[in-house]
Design a protein around this ligand. Sequence first.
Ligand code: SAM
Length: 220
Amino acid sequence: MSADRTQESKKHWEKHPRYKSGDAPSARAFADPKLERVCRKLGLTGSETVLDVGAGTGHLSAAWTRRGHPVTALDWADAMILRNPAPRRLRGDAARLPFADNSFDVVAEASLLHHVPDPVAVLQEMARVASGPIVVVEPNRNHPPMFLFSLLLREEWPALRFTAGHVRRLAKQAGLVEQSLETSGWVYQNKTPSALAGWLGRWDTPCPGAAYIVGAFEER
Ligand SMILES: C[S@@+](CC[C@H](N)C(=O)[O-])C[C@H]1O[C@@H](n2cnc3c(N)ncnc32)[C@H](O)[C@@H]1O
């Protein structure tokens, strides 16, 4: 991504008034079942500190908070981070996190990596400030509606590369070891109508053609 495209991307997120809040039914149905499974697999109890990178309005931050975790949320766009419900929130760049090494027990992101020019560098930066797992949630290009949606919007074109295999390769290049990797979910975090979200959320179990890739990694 060129410097111009990076600026364009930042402007895009500064003007995204229709992005749903972390408490919206689709955000809950998107995030809660995925975190429930990841936390069970990783043995997280709720006491671990979490940094949510590219946290936006808080679809993931709110879900970590609902599980009891102390959450810090970081995003580079004021318009997004000011709507994030996390008690600690700050403006910052995912490629240069303003924290010392090993500052958080868990570092997580949702739908950020496909928006950054160098996802490997962002994963390395997430690993630097994490003392424990790095949790990644990204759209799955192999889910047909996600493919079409990504094709139609220029901002989403980089998502056309994202499959579980692609995330595995990025993590490997970042020097991370896989703890779990699956695809799951039929709720689109910002698109599924509220009336359908709760019902569809019940079917969030691992399935190859599902809408999102959910991975957990650790530093080698
Ligand atoms: C699709 S939204 C996802 C927001 C949130 N994680 C969620 O799942 O609802 C992408 C977010 O990444 C943020 N973002 C993109 N590039 C970033 C960067 N380099 N540093 C920090 N935030 C960034 C945008 O401002 C936006 O809020």
